[in-house]
Design a protein around this ligand. Structure first.
Ligand code: HEC
Length: 101
């Protein structure tokens, strides 16, 4: 009996300690979104699939030519599944919102 009482804290203390070690989980901030505007839903649908909006938002302000080349590169080199009728509206949207006209 005496032995049991002596051993009890050995069981209880680690149990309490491990309970105290509550993991804190930090949720990531709301993911960034494409700027609103005509065609934003296309970018949201077709560019978000492989990378975050930062890839686009952190590019220097570039002319239409750059955005055209980028969209075509995504399609031709990286196999982005872009429907033909989304290509021009996407270039328009990117130039309008992330480029210079
Ligand atoms: C099928 C996957 C895929 C899709 C969809 C996609 N991309 Fe990409 N994108 C990539 C890959 C892969 C890279 C290169 C990543 C690296 O170098 O780290 C990249 C890189 C980029 C870059 C960085 C510059 C560069 O040329 O490497 C930009 C800007 C970009 N993408 C824009 C777009 C836009 C705009 C769209 C929507 C029209 C889009 N991406 C859709 C795969 C994709």
């Amino acid at each position: 009996m005496k032995r049991t009482i002596l051993f009890l804290p050995l069981l209880v203390v680690p149990a309490l300690l491990s309970r105290a070690e509550v993991k804190k989980i930090e949720l990531p901030l709301e993911p960034a979104k494409f700027k609103e505007g005509k065609g934003a839903e296309l970018a949201q649908a077709h560019c978000f699939t492989c990378h975050s909006v930062e890839y686009i938002a952190t590019q220097p302000v570039m002319p239409r030519k750059f955005w055209e080349a980028t969209v075509l590169k995504m399609r031709d080199k990286y196999a982005a599944p872009l429907p033909e009728d989304a290509v021009q509206p996407l270039i328009d949207y990117l130039t309008e919102n992330y480029g210079k006209k």
